[in-house]
Design a protein around this ligand. Sequence first.
Ligand code: IFM
Length: 436
Amino acid sequence: MSDAPSRPSSFAEPGFALPGLGLGVATAATQIEGGNADTNWHRWAAKPGRIADGSTPARAADHWERVGQDIALLGELGVKHYRMGLEWARLEPRPGEFDTAAVAHYRDELTRLRQAGIRPLVTLHHFNNPWWFERVGGWESPSALPTFARYVTRVLEELGDLVDDWVTINEPNVYATKGWLDGQWPPGVTNSFGRTLTVMQVMATAHVQTYQAIHAAFPQAQVGVANHLRVFAPQKRWNPVHQLSATSGRYLFQAALTRAFSQGRFLAPFVQPKGVEPGRYYDFQGINYYTRSSVKGLADGVASHVPVNDLGWEIYPQGLVEVARWTHQHYPGPIWITENGTADAADRFRSRFLYDHLRAIAGSGLPIERFYHWCFTDNFEWAEGEEPRFGLVALDYLTQQRTVRDSGRFYADVIAHGGVTAQAHARWVAGQAYPR
Ligand code: IFM
């Protein structure tokens, strides 16, 4: 599959080329598939008050039933790289029992993607646990690692011949802090710093073991974590307490964890797990980048008078390169931006957002090989429900009608040309400004 542009292009300013960058879109199983898989999230969302708009993942984008339509739409947009998740609870609805129909469904989806010239990047865990796993302690349980390993082994046996690129775990830091510190996500534990660290440590260990398992079965596979990285900035630049908050936030939320899963080196506050040897446990560094945090204590904050998206997250495109540069300094090798995108229901600044982030990549000099826009369609956005709109494709949740947004047309044009042409900039970007 070639990423070569289909037409010759002129990239006069304010356009720019993106040579060698594979452009794709990202999704996750629980956020788009719909249906009643018995997961931690289906159970969590069923209780009133937990999801901002009262929605649940049972509807989402009904992708499970509309795979063919969605692959056709990917083809229409010219997408060549597609990041998708597997719903563990569908594949293994009871401990140790694998569902042949679910396996067949994913085999069919992967086959159709490949036939359409679209290269799948498959995520094994994206915040979604089968309820039977969650019920006995989930990632805190002593049996978490062997249980996850059993699932991975079976996935490799059933689907491994159709997949070359793998994300083992999505955003272990977000999963742990939302579930055990903020308590806004299942299992809803608040302020337990110790348990948050335990979950991060177990997930990092699971990554190392999964990396080894995938390579044992498929030596040529490319494997990494989709690592949520953000820029931490002191709210007041010269305030020593704010500076300390930024430094410790950076270390505890992402730096120590990245070290653990990338090199198998578990520095304090983690503890070196038995059986994990230091090594290199990534073929690419996956980065999910969205925003910058402005901090003065432990809580996350947003600076005043900065551009923000619909969820109030600061829009800070240069931050993508800041976190990628940090990653590259510590963990050299290919970088894949496994997620980047924004909540913009009116589609009034998404094209500019995309342009600014891609432009930062183009000028970075870093070995960034892939870029996956989050999200392909609108999606179930966890505790925020269906309200935030991250899609290049708008979704009418009632009719399930898909409508490509202008930003989707812009991205399709970028894919077709292998960069942003001056014409595309004039048509889709020039008229857009960020809200403040
Ligand atoms: O929707 C999420 C995704 O599941 C993980 N990364 C961030 C996205 C936007 O919040």
